[in-house]
Design a protein around this ligand. Structure first.
Ligand code: CTP
Ligand code: MG
Length: 229
């Protein structure tokens, strides 16, 4: 048994301030989107890839499709990430589904394996890293109200892995109640189902602002060095 992966790629990359979707920016000669797709194309347990795409990007992504055997379908992106994923979710064929941001091209197979194993054992799971900075709650005037316990704060990444049944129900419920979450786990949490964190790494960044391109180049250089050893 393998898994299906939904890759939301239908953003516009506003914060990147690039002239088009940031996912077409190249890092060492290959676009962010291609790098992300490569990870799943070469992951043995991945059976199918479904990508949510913008109308203006369809042509370019269709062209990329020839390089990949696992891309089953392109679906139309929605207004928000949540809508994009909902469109894709309807077409998933596997009982286990992962959602992974196209904008995170540095996730590694070992991390995906841990998530997969967790779901197989009955535990929905997402990648996350423990907070390094002190985290404070503030009011509307930015006056600090409290200092949170850093040890129980995690920065959440993707992939996020669930059974199709649970994720579909969580999405159906969210849309019927008008709930908009910033990730997939938050919708599953709302339906009262436990989601665990699998310890990730700082290198699994989401390429969001221009500095992330430079960081990405650095991460890539380090990954290449490690593989050469
Ligand atoms: N995404 C999507 N559909 C949307 C919005 C985002 O499929 N309506 C995707 C993006 O393409 C990205 C992932 O969700 O791979 C995470 O989103 P984010 O990093 O916020 O990308 P953008 O929304 O493109 O960037 P910004 O918020 O700066 O505009
Ligand atoms: Mg966004």
């Amino acid at each position: 048994m393998g898994y299906s992966v939904i890759i939301p790629a239908a953003g516009v990359g506003k914060r990147m301030k690039h002239h088009r979707n940031k996912l077409f920016i190249e890092l060492q000669g290959q676009s962010i989107l291609e790098r992300t797709l490569n990870i799943f194309e070469t992951h043995p347990l991945c059976d199918e890839i479904i990508i949510a795409v913008n109308k203006q990007d369809v042509q370019d992504i269709e062209q990329l499709r020839a390089q990949y055997t696992k891309i089953k379908r392109l679906v139309e992106g929605g207004v928000e990430r949540q809508h994009s994923i909902y469109h894709a979710l309807k077409h998933i064929e596997n009982d286990i589904v992962m959602v992974h941001d196209a904008a995170r091209p540095f996730v590694v197979h070992e991390q995906i394996n841990m998530l997969y194993q967790s779901v197989v054992e009955g535990q929905h799971a997402v990648l996350g890293v423990r907070a390094k900075d002190t985290i404070k709650m503030v009011d509307e005037h930015k006056i600090i109200k409290s200092t949170l316990d850093r040890n129980s704060i995690y920065h959440i990444q993707t992939p996020q892995a669930f059974t199709k049944k649970v994720l579909t129900k969580a999405y159906d419920d969210a849309f019927s109640k008008g709930i908009l979450g910033t990730d997939d786990a938050s919708l599953v949490e709302q339906s009262g189902i436990a989601v665990a964190i699998v310890e990730g790494t700082d290198t699994n960044i989401k390429i969001t602002t221009p500095i992330d391109i430079q960081l990405g180049e650095l991460i890539l250089q380090n990954m290449v060095k490690r593989n050469e050893r």
